[in-house]
Design a protein around this ligand. Structure first.
Ligand SMILES: Cc1ncc(COP(=O)(O)O)c(C=O)c1O
Length: 298
């Protein structure tokens, strides 16, 4: 996220905020000394591309930051439509955190005109933590040399200079790259589109389970994200009165399962299920059966 900002924006940035990670993107831009305007919508909602267009028409921005799949709320942004709005302003680059997107959700870097897309190894790529990936557009690489204070570790110009010599500017985490090579082979075997479909199927199972908990158990659970903007990789579930996130997470741990607690300001009232990476619908159903037991005290 810091590499995106350090190389993609010298001046003013528009940050689309709707959760803890998109808020962090704005914080990082501020920490890098950029002027940041925030377009925030309630946590659990997605941004309106028309409003993005309106804001870009009203002021010049070097870049827009957006979190594709907001892991704290389970919202998937309408990325292609947001990218179309940004594309009307060639001087504005689109910086995308797709940490819980890539590997589980369709992302078209070139066709959608995304200028920097980043992800980590430990989410839908299902690798150990420790690697970060980024892909930059020609426009971003043309701007980078003109941006002052790029620092050292995140200087993409330095990365390119080294790449031309078949080198890296710093010591790479080689062991993780062997793991990456094996995982990419297995993703290729599954087929990337089949992988996206498996993620959609897992998400549908999770949402249907929430509905079943309401109708069969009378528990007032809700998927936080509204219907058209739900992420296929993570679901944030709003809990009914009387159940708290930390208690449910503890109950699951006692039964040998790990789920995500609510994040940031959603800590008490929500839990999160990460249905991503190499998980399957069958595994997810098994986890949801256990979760039903924890919630109903069975
Ligand atoms: C959307 C998103 N962005 C960024 C991050 C970065 O996380 P970290 O700082 O732990 O590498 C995460 C981790 O969960 C995330 O989900």
């Amino acid at each position: 996220m810091e590499a995106a900002v350090r190389n993609g924006a010298a001046g003013r940035v528009l940050s689309l905020v709707h959760g803890a990670f998109s808020e962090r993107f704005a914080d990082i831009a501020r920490a890098c000394g950029r002027q940041v305007d925030v377009y925030e919508v309630p946590w659990g909602e997605a941004h309106d591309p028309t409003e993005v267009a309106r804001r870009l028409a009203g002021r010049a921005y070097d870049a827009v930051t957006v979190v594709h799949s907001e892991t704290s709320t389970g919202v998937l942004e309408p990325l292609e439509a947001i990218a179309s709005a940004v594309a009307e302003h060639p001087e504005t680059l689109l910086l995308v955190d797709s940490v819980t997107g890539i590997g589980g959700v369709e992302v078209r870097t070139d066709a959608w005109g995304l200028d920097f897309v980043l992800t980590g190894s430990q989410k839908a790529m299902a690798l150990p933590p420790g690697l970060a990936f980024g892909v930059a557009s020609v426009a971003l690489m043309a701007r980078a040399p003109t941006v002052p204070d790029r620092g050292v570790y995140f200087d993409l110009v330095l990365f390119m200079e080294n790449l031309e010599k078949g080198q890296t500017p710093n010591t790479p985490a080689l062991s993780l790259m062997y793991a990456l090579e094996a995982q990419l082979r297995s993703i290729e075997e599954e087929g990337v589109e089949a992988r996206w479909e498996r993620h959609r199927a897992m998400a549908r199972s999770c949402w249907e389970w929430v509905e079943a908990m309401r109708t069969e158990e009378g528990l007032d659970l809700h998927v936080l994200a509204g219907e058209p903007h739900r992420s296929p990789t993570v679901t944030c579930i709003r809990l009914p009165d009387g159940l708290t996130g930390p208690d449910i997470v503890r109950g699951m741990k006692e039964r040998g399962f790990a789920i995500g607690g609510g994040y940031g300001r959603l800590k008490e009232g929500t839990i999160r299920i990460g249905h991503m990476g190499d998980h399957t619908v069958a595994e997810l159903r098994c986890l949801l059966d256990v979760l039903r037991g924890v919630m109903t005290g069975a």
